[in-house]
Design a binder for this molecule. Structure first.
Ligand SMILES: Nc1nc2c(ncn2[C@@H]2O[C@H](COP(=O)(O)OP(=O)(O)OP(=O)(O)O)[C@@H](O)[C@H]2O)c(=O)[nH]1
Ligand SMILES: [Mg+2]
Length: 201
């Protein structure tokens, strides 16, 4: 009887909550992506104008609900001196969204190094990673095959986990819904990192 009632309570009043980190070099478009995501997944959300977003010093937090799943985002600053703070959040996270600026060929190898360091961290073992090839609205940007080639020697390091590279424009919203829906599916089925349970408010 207790199990039945507690199951009913959970079904009615609780939501599974997952923490998702948004990482990548400064200027990649992480905060723009977060704002675009909140706008798309939250009814009547009136966020800041995307053109007013400035570099993140510290972190931005955002939450969206997709059905009975709640994603809590931590968007961390990507500047070099802030990257050393990323790993403080790894143990708590259920998923990572790694944002690449597809218009910045010069910094692609720097982005790859930061990605490699992140992906080989033990605290993130098995955690799904969504790689966003951002700024695809810019005509001259690198294509998905270009980016996959540049990151090809990371493949072994990714190991056995869900990983998807998605073309995206945080500015126009292209690829945002697809990326988020993929992440929801992955975190929900990842039995190694159980969700936090939160009462619906
Ligand atoms: N064309 C284009 N510009 C974008 C896109 N996403 C972000 N930007 C621009 O890129 C710049 C940096 O965006 P942010 O969202 O602040 O980048 P960030 O990754 O959060 O940077 P940090 O907070 O410094 O780590 C801004 O001028 C954005 O308008 C995109 O999809 N297309
Ligand atoms: Mg930012």
């Amino acid at each position: 009887m207790y199990t039945l009632l507690s199951g009913l309570y959970k079904y009615m009043f609780q939501r599974d909550e997952y923490c998702v980190l948004i990482l990548g070099l400064d200027n990649a478009g992480k905060t723009t992506f977060l704002e675009q995501t909140k706008t798309r997944f939250t009814k009547n959300y009136k966020g800041m104008s995307l053109s007013k977003i400035t570099t993140t010093v510290g972190l931005n937090i955002g939450t969206i609900d997709v059905g009975k799943t709640r994603l809590m985002f931590w968007d961390l600053g990507g500047q070099e001196e802030l990257q050393s703070l990323w790993d403080k959040y790894y143990a708590e996270s259920h998923g990572v969204i790694y944002v690449i600026d597809s218009t910045d060929e010069q910094r692609l190898s720097e982005s790859k190094r930061a990605f490699e360091k992140m992906v080989t961290s033990e605290a993130l073992e098995g955690v799904p990673i969504l790689v966003l090839a951002n700024k695809q609205d810019v005509e001259t940007c690198l294509s998905i095959p270009d980016i996959k080639t540049a990151f090809s020697d990371c493949i072994n390091k990714i190991g056995k986990r869900d990983c998807l590279t998605q073309a995206c424009s945080a500015l126009t919203g292209k690829g945002v819904n697809e990326g988020i829906e993929w992440m929801v599916k992955c975190v929900v089925r990842n039995i190694h990192r159980p969700p936090r349970q939160k009462d619906i408010t």
